[in-house]
Design a protein around this ligand. Structure first.
Ligand code: NCD
Length: 372
C-alpha cells in the first residue's frame, strides 16, 4: 500500500491517485490514509479523525520529552538542530494570538525559520490571485504551511492541490471555519492527559462542554478525539440556540459514546472531571446582535459554581475568554487554562517533529540525557 508522494514521504495512500472531486466527497475517516505517512505519523494534519489513540499517546509522550529536554541549554540546542534546514509558513487569514504564537514558538524550538501572512489583504490575493495559487506560491519557499482560514474545507482543498503539485509540502490546519481545530484538540488532550496523570488518565472521566457549542470548532474536534478513549462521558451544556450540532451527536451515537445534552450547568458541575468553557462565537452571527439576544448568563463559571465542583476537576478554556470564567478563579489549582496554552506549544512542536520524522531522535536524546 506504500505510496510515495514523489518528493519524500511515503504515504499510506497516494493522493495523486484520487481526483479532487472524489477526495473532497470522502468522509474524514476515509480521507485519513491519504494524509498519513506509512510510519503512522501525519503528513497533513487536517482534522481530528486522523488521530487514533496510539498516535495521541505517542504525541503526548513526545511533547513531554520536548518540554523536558528544552529545560537545558544543551537540550534546547539539540532540539533547535532538528529542523534547522526547514522553513515554515504561517498563513493566518483569521484573527489569532495563541495559535499563531504557539505554532511560531514550536517552529523555533525545532530550529525552523518562519514567514507569515496574517492578512490576505497584504498578499496577492488582493490582486485576484486564487487561494490555490497563493498556497502553491508559499510551497515554493517553505517546507510546511500552517494555515487558519474562515472557510471550512480550505485546508483539505489545499492538501489535495499541493499533494498533486511538484512540491507537496505538509499542511497543518490551525482552524478551519466553524468546523475543525485539530491542533487545539491535541493540546486539549495533552492538558487532560497531564491533569489526570495521577487519576488514572482520561479513560472513564466526565467532560462537560459549556458555551457556544454550535459554532465552536474546538469543541467539535475535541469531542471527536475523546471518542478514542474508553468510557469518557461527554456532556454538552449550552442555551438551546447554541447547542452542539446533530452531526457530532450522530457520530457519538455511532461510536457508542455516552453523552448528555443539557441547559443546566448547576446539574452537571458536581459530576465534571473536566469542564471545557468556551466563549460565544458572535463573529458568526447572521444578523447584527443575534448572539446578544440569547441569555447566556447561566453558562458562566464563578466562585459559586467552582464551590460545587470536585477538588480534582480540571477547568479548561481554548481562550480567548470574555466573562465565561471569573478572573477570581485564575489562581485556583483547578484552573488549567494558562498551562493549556503552554501545552499547545509543546504538542505542536511534537506534531511538527513527528511530521518530519524526528520522533525517534527525540526519544534517543531523552533516554540518554533526561529520563532516569
Ligand atoms: C479558538 C478558535 O480560534 O477557535 N481559539 C484558539 O485557537 N485558541 C477559540 C475561540 O476563538 O473562541
Amino acid at each position: 500500500m506504500d505510496a510515495s508522494n514523489r518528493k519524500g514521504a511515503a504515504m499510506q495512500k497516494d493522493i495523486t491517485a484520487v481526483s479532487f472531486e472524489d477526495f473532497i466527497a470522502m468522509e474524514p475517516l476515509q480521507k485519513a490514509p491519504y494524509l498519513m505517512q506509512s510510519d503512522g505519523m501525519p503528513f497533513n494534519t487536517l482534522f481530528a479523525q486522523q488521530f487514533e489513540r496510539p498516535l495521541l499517546e505517542r504525541l503526548c509522550g513526545l511533547a513531554t520529552a520536548i518540554r523536558r529536554i528544552s529545560k537545558t541549554r544543551e537540550g534546547a540546542l539539540f532540539l533547535a538542530s532538528l529542523l534547522a534546514h526547514k522553513r515554515a509558513m504561517l498563513y493566518f487569514s483569521q484573527p489569532s494570538s495563541r495559535t499563531f504564537l504557539s505554532h511560531l514558538s514550536a517552529c523555533e524550538i525545532l530550529g525552523m525559520r518562519t514567514g507569515s501572512v496574517r492578512d490576505a489583504a497584504t498578499s496577492s490575493e488582493l490582486k485576484g490571485e486564487s487561494k490555490e495559487d497563493s498556497v502553491r506560491t508559499f510551497s515554493s519557499y517553505f517546507d510546511l504551511i500552517i494555515m487558519r482560514s474562515p472557510s471550512k474545507g480550505l485546508a483539505e482543498r489545499m492538501a489535495w492541490v499541493l499533494g498533486n503539485s511538484e512540491r507537496p509540502v505538509p499542511i497543518i490546519n490551525a482552524g478551519s471555519g466553524k468546523d475543525q481545530h485539530p491542533t487545539q484538540a491535541l493540546l486539549d488532550i495533552y492538558t487532560l492527559h497531564r491533569s489526570f496523570e495521577t487519576q488514572g488518565g482520561i479513560d472513564g472521566k466526565t467532560v462537560v462542554f459549556v458555551g457556544d457549542l454550535l459554532r465552536g470548532r474546538t469543541v467539535r474536534s475535541l469531542s471527536w478525539l475523546l471518542t478514542r478513549f474508553t468510557d469518557v462521558r461527554q456532556v454538552f451544556v449550552a442555551p438551546d440556540e447554541l447547542q452542539i450540532g446533530g452531526d457530532i451527536l450522530d457520530l457519538l451515537r455511532e461510536r457508542g459514546v455516552t453523552f448528555e445534552v443539557s441547559s443546566d450547568l448547576r446539574r452537571w458541575l458536581p459530576e465534571a472531571d473536566a469542564i471545557y468553557m468556551t466563549r460565544i462565537q458572535d463573529e458568526w452571527d447572521r444578523a447584527a446582535g443575534e448572539s446578544a439576544r440569547i441569555d447566556t448568563s447561566h453558562f458562566k463559571l464563578g466562585d459559586r459554581e467552582a464551590a460545587v465542583m470536585k477538588p480534582t476537576a480540571a477547568i479548561l478554556h481554548p481562550l480567548p475568554r470574555r466573562d465565561e470564567i471569573a478572573t477570581s478563579l485564575d489562581n485556583d489549582p483547578r484552573a488549567k487554562y494558562w498551562r493549556q496554552m503552554r501545552n499547545g506549544m509543546w504538542i505542536r512542536a511534537a506534531l511538527i517533529a513527528a511530521t518530519f520524522g524526528c520522533a525517534e531522535a527525540i526519544d534517543r536524546y531523552y533516554a540518554a540525557n533526561v529520563r532516569r
